[in-house]
Ligand binder design. Structure first.
Ligand code: GAR
Length: 185
């Protein structure tokens, strides 16, 4: 089987990256991860990639004068590793429309809410404050508008009476780890 080459972009812990690594390790999974790129050299996800024998690259956004320059470096790094698909997995940088336009229907993101509800940050805290009964997560194609774009898969997670931001985050993350590999497949 010819596997599609995928690059994963991270900024932090990389538990979703781990779910993708585990899925890609299965012989019948149609995707291989060719490079993990982080804008943050401290990201624990880099260690996960090392452990799995995947090439890593740090592109620190603080070393660039503009978003355009950073995104150009990112694009070059993606082309260089032969990526055909890009997965954003807890990548906490806003990407320029120019960059996004270079990966039409080739870039996926995971977001910890049932989009289009709760775009942006602190999704679970806001859901708890609003008293909604369901939280969840979404894998979607990336378009220039943040946390928008065609939805591939969602998982709904009931909010329990005693939930805190922490407990809800944990239960939603478990679902993220199920749906991201499915969406990638
Ligand atoms: C995940 O919950 C992901 O959905 C979220 O960051 C977390 C990263 O966790 N992404 C966003 O908020 C993007 N706007 P991880 O590093 O353990 O995968």
């Amino acid at each position: 089987m010819t596997k599609q080459k995928c690059a994963v972009l991270i900024s932090g812990n990389g538990s979703n990256l781990q779910a993708l690594i585990d899925a890609c390790a299965k012989p019948d999974f149609p995707v291989q991860i060719v490079r993990v790129i982080s804008n943050n050299e401290q990201a624990f996800g880099l260690q996960r990639a090392h452990k799995a024998g995947i090439e890593t690259l740090i592109i620190d956004h603080r070393g660039f004068h503009s978003r355009d320059d950073f995104d150009l470096a990112l694009h070059d790094a993606l082309i260089e590793c032969g990526a055909q698909i890009v997965c954003l997995a807890g990548f906490m940088r806003i990407l320029t429309a120019d960059f996004v336009g270079k990966w039409p229907a080739k870039m996926l993101n995971i977001h910890p809410s049932l989009l289009p509800s709760y775009r942006g940050l602190h999704t679970h805290r806001r859901a708890l404050e609003d008293g909604v009964k369901f939280a969840g997560c979404t894998v979607h194609f990336v378009v220039p508008e943040m946390d928008a774009g065609p939805i591939v898969i969602q998982a709904a997670v009931p909010i329990l009476p005693n939930d805190t931001e922490q407990t809800l985050t944990q239960r939603v993350l478990e679902q993220e780890h199920h749906i991201y590999p499915q969406a990638l497949r």
